[in-house]
Design a protein around this ligand. Structure first.
Ligand code: EPZ
Length: 413
């Protein structure tokens, strides 16, 4: 599947942000913690949600959708999720927590290599062992078994989002109290904690680096609306600045995009925060800036590719350091095909601004790289053809319609 992007598109008008991919994926999986019905509202039409729906059904849950809301009634009859589904998304790793917590045994294939570096699961497994599980690796699968899960004090060597979420779900039904120290602070972790508490869980201080979870015997059903997608919002904010446009982005929590707003202002754009929306405008030249990706509330790694595209068109050199993943510069090659001048040295990219990018044939290597190429295509002279655009559809609901509604000219090839 390809996207054809006409260059020199200036974004004006408004876009509406959808529900957060990285909030709804763990929340749908956490529905497995109860056998009662859970109803999630404002479910986005994105491929990753479709895969998680298939995974839930593969485990024995019934999943039904009507008018943008998803009902999940789960009874886990299968503890070995289907490999063909698991290998498609890293988030399938999060199935371990609920299956271990409810069935005391789970077997799952080790996550495949990912375009953004090897992403080990040692912190997840260490945490499960601390809760009393025995871990075995065999035939490309990991098996975790526990007679009972016992609360414990877990220290995470790195504030891993997935490990924090996985362990929070397992601890929610463990005996006793669990502390997760050096926990991830991301808003999606807080949203998952709020959802589990809505199910009758007892999770305290999510959003701090010491989360306390008091295990419960069972959890009940509930209805819930996850938070808006801060990375989708950030992507449209950068696209507006990159095209010299003036765009109102609706359904945003400004607090969640503070780092993106700050870096856009530093680069010369105007950012106006309102209660649930943000207006981004750029009139003057884009100024070069320094970016270092960090765990939340630092600059998000999921916004790094989009800023690299934006900064390839400045009057000087910007420096981008990717400290979260070891191989998240795949988009640089593709941007260079469009005339960008980027030098990669280990985890640092030096982006020397060029007068203008030129449309070209390029390839999306992952979700955020695809978004970066879309932004570059809107900035460039001429037409850009983005191959493997299915990556973009994994996490951006109706992105072509939303951008075209704001003045872009993009169509699916
Ligand atoms: C989540 O991935 C997000 N995905 C990612 O978004 C995001 O980039 C990442 O958090 C960081 O913010 C979802 O929420 C579905 P991590 P996750 O565990 O949980 C290392 C997107 O584009 N690590 O915080 O996999 C790991 O290798 C995606 O929407 C270990 O070493 O991220 C990485 O270097 C991409 N051992 C770092 O921690 C472990 O056991 C951060 O990973 C786990 C992680």
């Amino acid at each position: 599947m390809e996207l054809l992007v006409e260059g020199k598109g200036t974004l004006q008008g408004e876009v509406e942000i959808s529900t957060s991919k990285n909030a709804i994926l763990p929340i749908l999986i956490a529905a497995l913690l109860s056998e009662e019905e859970v109803c999630i509202h404002r479910v986005p039409e994105i491929n990753d949600v479709e895969i998680v729906k298939k995974l839930l059904k593969n485990l024995g849950a019934s999943v039904s959708k009507s008018q943008g809301q998803l009902s999940v009634k789960s009874f886990i009859s299968n503890i070995f999720p289907d490999y063909e589904l698991v290998r498609q998304i890293r988030a399938s790793l999060l199935l371990m927590g609920p299956i271990l917590a409810t069935r005391k045994t789970v077997k799952i294939s080790l996550p495949g290599g990912c375009a953004i570096g090897t992403r080990p699961i040692d912190l997840h497994l260490k945490g499960f062992e601390a809760l009393g599980a025995r871990i075995k690796l065999s035939g490309g699968n990991v098996i975790a078994q526990a007679r009972e899960l016992q609360g414990n004090h877990i220290y995470l060597d790195f504030p891993s989002v997935g490990a924090t979420e996985n362990l929070m779900m397992a601890a929610a039904l463990a005996q006793g109290t669990t502390f997760i120290e050096n926990a991830a602070l991301e808003p999606e972790v807080v949203d998952l904690a709020n959802f589990i508490n809505r199910m009758g869980g007892s999770i305290h201080r999510a959003g701090s680096n010491l989360i306390k979870i008091e295990g419960r015997k069972r959890l009940h059903g509930c209805t819930y609306t996850p938070i808006p997608d801060r990375i989708e919002a950030g992507t449209y904010m950068v696209a507006a600045a990159a095209t010299g446009g003036n765009l109102l982005i609706n359904n945003v929590i400004p607090e969640h995009v503070k780092a993106t707003s700050a870096k856009l202002v530093e680069s010369g754009a105007k950012v106006e925060e309102r209660d649930k929306s943000i207006r981004v405008e750029r009139l003057g030249p884009i100024k070069p800036i320094y970016i270092k990706t960090l765990p939340y509330p630092g600059f998000p790694t999921d916004m790094q590719a989009q800023f690299m595209a934006y900064l390839s068109h400045t009057s000087g050199s910007s420096v981008i350091t990717e400290s979260v993943f070891e191989n998240r510069f795949m988009h640089a090659q593709e941007l260079m095909r469009m005339g960008a001048n980027i030098k990669i040295e280990g985890r640092t990219a030096i982006v020397k601004g060029v007068g203008c990018l030129g449309g070209a044939q390029v390839k999306a290597t992952d979700l955020r790289a695809g978004a970066a190429l879309l932004i570059a295509g809107l900035m460039a002279e001429g037409t850009t053809c983005i191959a493997n655009s299915h990556h973009i559809d994994r996490g951006y609901e109706n992105i072509v319609e939303k951008l075209n509604g704001a003045g872009a000219k993009i169509h699916r090839g």
